[in-house]
Design a protein around this ligand. Structure first.
Ligand code: KIV
Length: 273
């Protein structure tokens, strides 16, 4: 894919050909650049930023201003990857008009290719339709909805008793014009059924092996938080240990006088080096 810009049409074509779609979150320029080099197809500037980066307990406090700023950095780092801005809590719930206004910010100010919003009820479907009609591609998000934590009470796996509702929701998202949908924390068999009937690409997180693609939170899959080990997560690195050992070495070098060394100091009068 190198050098070829990935669009929502690319994602639809990959789904049709049965090629797995690789998605990942990113929140900064350098990570986005590495993800694009690695061949990630879709980068989500997720409201998971609030938990993974800011250390909050929920995503509810995420703000448009912050996510737009990070989305701009991600766009810069990954010019050829499909960049999706995640609509934070409160940025689309009040009305279709407010949803369009905020979706436009992701595209106009940050250069995003699409936006994502949570939910499959009639209000969410109305927002999807309104944003799509304004010319901005939308990714849906069903199953576990982190922005509904206040009504749900806890983050739980979505089981087969919700299958009919989820099937209805994926159909509604497709009809509303969404180009894909995240399936979050859904029993594998149920997610497989949804994916098999879905006209749009399903991107799973904690939804098993049979979705059209996978997404993870980049800080989690890189092992930044040693205490976060849910079953669905595979850690591809242990950055917690790598960073901890680097920090320990820095502290001991500075306190022991080993840093700065001869090679780190400027010498000579008036010479800027
Ligand atoms: O905010 C986010 O990172 C997400 C993913 C977990 C899909 O919504």
């Amino acid at each position: 894919m190198a050098g070829k810009r990935i669009t929502v049409k690319t994602i639809a074509a990959m789904k049709k050909r049965g090629e797995q779609i690789v998605a990942l979150t990113a929140y900064d320029f350098h990570t986005a650049r590495m993800e694009e080099t690695a061949g990630v197809h879709m980068i989500l500037v997720g409201d998971s930023f609030q938990m993974a980066v800011l250390g909050e307990e929920t995503t509810l406090g995420a703000s448009m201003d912050v996510l737009v700023a990070h989305c701009k950095a991600v766009r810069k780092g990954a010019p050829d990857t499909l960049v999706v801005g995640d609509m934070p809590f409160g940025s689309y719930q009040p009305s279709d008009e407010i949803a369009i206004k905020n979706a436009v910010r992701f595209v106009a100010e940050a250069g995003a290719d699409a936006v994502k919003l949570e939910g499959g009820n009639s209000a969410a479907i109305s927002r999807v339709k309104a944003i799509v009609n304004s010319g901005i591609p939308v990714m849906g998000h069903i199953g576990l909805l982190p922005q509904s934590i206040k009504s749900e009470g806890s983050y739980r796996v979505v089981r087969s008793d919700s299958e009919e509702i989820l099937l209805e929701q994926i159909r509604a998202l497709d009809e509303a014009g969404a180009f894909s949908a995240v399936l979050e924390m859904i029993e594998e068999e149920v997610a497989a059924k949804i994916s098999s009937v879905s006209g749009i690409a399903t991107i799973g997180i904690g939804a098993g092996r049979y979705t059209h693609g996978q997404i993870l939170v980049v800080n989690d899959m890189l092992g930044m938080n040693g205490d976060f080990n849910p079953k669905f997560l595979k850690k591809y690195a242990d950055l917690h240990s790598v960073i901890k050992s680097a920090l320990d070495n820095y502290v001991s070098d500075v306190t022991g006088g080993a840093f700065p060394g001869e090679e780190n100091v400027f010498k000579g009068r008036g010479k800027a080096q």
